[in-house]
Design a protein around this ligand. Structure first.
Ligand SMILES: N[C@@H](CCC(=O)N[C@@H](CS)C(=O)NCC(=O)O)C(=O)O
Length: 384
């Protein structure tokens, strides 16, 4: 049997690794799985991609790709026979918006549900500890305790979650379940009869976090059986899904409206404030988004780049496509969020569609710092 063309470096607990694997499986592309260890991250992934992040994909000719959104665009162009992106420009644009929202705005509640309760956090800490102690002299339990605290410090408290807003932030998950339950009442996949990028976008939070972490999984099974079944359907999607005519994209369905309304009401204002804070040279900012107050949010450079990408995608639509989108999104605050004047940040570019950036091997201390700290979240996406 020949070796698969692609090797994917991944973690079995990772949001974005699950997202990429869901897409590869839906497109029926064979790949070799390499669960990472610290040595693989430091000696293979980091030098070839510039980041201590998973997933990363290597093609058999040595080409590396990382960062799932541009990576999946590239994969659809390389393998057009089972396209995950919708055929029309308007539906592709709405897909891009929703994917960005799932990647960046659903991340906080997914991290809270994983790390915010001691029982769940202990379980995940022990899985992460086993993964990140392999090949090191550190005991798995100690590594687990270290990474549990690191994740809580960076992605829960460090991302604006406090006693005053914890219930409201946690409530974003049952809210998302209700949105998806409503959509899945009339179709097997979110845009119809075959998997699409919108399924893959929601698969990020829903698969490795919500469907597999014990606490949110129990809630999904009990309250959202259609979502529970859909998670398995995406993972188990089959050749049959691609037979027959593709149904048209269903963004016209009013069941999409509450999700799009949250995008306009909460996510885009947050992205604008993040960009404004970056332009002002700040490291933190506070704000109220979708009725929830978040104190001391970190300025995340990658998300400033996301806003530029979304603005460019909107501006790049043809006049008739933009008019159609504007009609669908009327009153939701999205057009305003994508066209408001924003400050210029010197050197800031939209999310990169090119190959991964290699970086020089690290010295001993830099290796230790990278092992313990990873790629600083707020700087992810800046060229090294
Ligand atoms: N935008 C990136 C995000 C990748 C990412 O954040 N991956 C997480 C795992 S889900 C990671 O590797 N985190 C390492 C860390 O926190 O240091 C993508 O879409 O691939």
């Amino acid at each position: 049997m020949s070796e698969p063309r692609y090797t994917v470096y991944l973690s079995d607990v990772s949001y974005f690794s699950g997202k990429l694997e869901g897409a590869l499986r839906a497109k029926r592309i064979d790949y070799r799985r390499v669960p990472v260890t610290p040595d693989i991250l430091l000696d293979t992934v980091l030098p070839h991609t510039g980041w201590m992040k998973v997933p990363a994909l290597r093609r058999d000719d040595g080409l590396w790709r990382c960062d799932t959104t541009p990576l999946l665009d590239w994969l659809d162009a390389e393998h057009p026979q089972r396209p995950l992106l919708p055929a029309t420009a308007g539906a592709r644009f709405l897909t891009r918006l929703i994917e960005d929202y799932c990647d960046e705005w659903q991340w906080r509640p997914a991290m809270l549900w994983r790390w915010g309760w001691a029982d769940n956090a202990r379980y995940l800490g022990s899985r992460l500890g086993a993964e990140l102690s392999r090949g090191t002299p550190h005991p798995a339990w100690l590594t687990g305790v270290y990474f549990r605290h690191r994740q809580q410090r960076l992605f829960v408290r460090g991302d604006g979650v406090r006693a005053a807003n914890v219930d409201a932030v946690a409530g974003r998950y049952p809210q998302a379940l209700a949105w998806l339950e409503a959509l899945l009442a009339t179709r097997p996949y979110l845009l119809g009869t075959r998997p699409s990028r919108v399924d893959i976008a929601w698969f990020g939070p829903m698969f490795r976090h919500y469907a597999q972490d014990p606490r949110p999984a129990a809630l999904m099974a009990a309250t959202a059986p259609r979502v529970w079944a859909w998670v398995s359907r995406v993972w188990n999607s089959r050749e049959d899904d691609w037979q027959g005519a593709a149904e048209g994209a269903h963004f016209a369905d009013p069941a999409w409206t509450p999700m799009l309304a949250d995008l306009g009401d909460a996510y885009l204002p947050y992205l604008q404030d993040n960009l404004a804070a970056l332009a002002a040279g700040r490291r933190h900012f506070s704000g109220t988004y979708g009725g929830i107050h978040y104190p001391r949010l970190p300025v995340v450079v990658y998300r400033a780049r996301c806003l530029l990408s979304l603005r460019q995608a909107y501006a790049g639509l043809s006049d008739p496509d933009r008019a159609e989108i504007d009609t669908r999104l009327a009153g939701l605050g999205i057009r305003e969020g994508l066209t408001a004047t924003v400050p210029v940040v010197e050197g800031l570019t939209a999310v990169d569609a090119g190959p991964a950036h290699a970086c020089a091997p690290l010295g001993r201390w830099a290796r230790l710092r990278a092992y313990l700290g990873g790629t600083p979240w707020d700087r992810f996406g800046q060229k090294t």
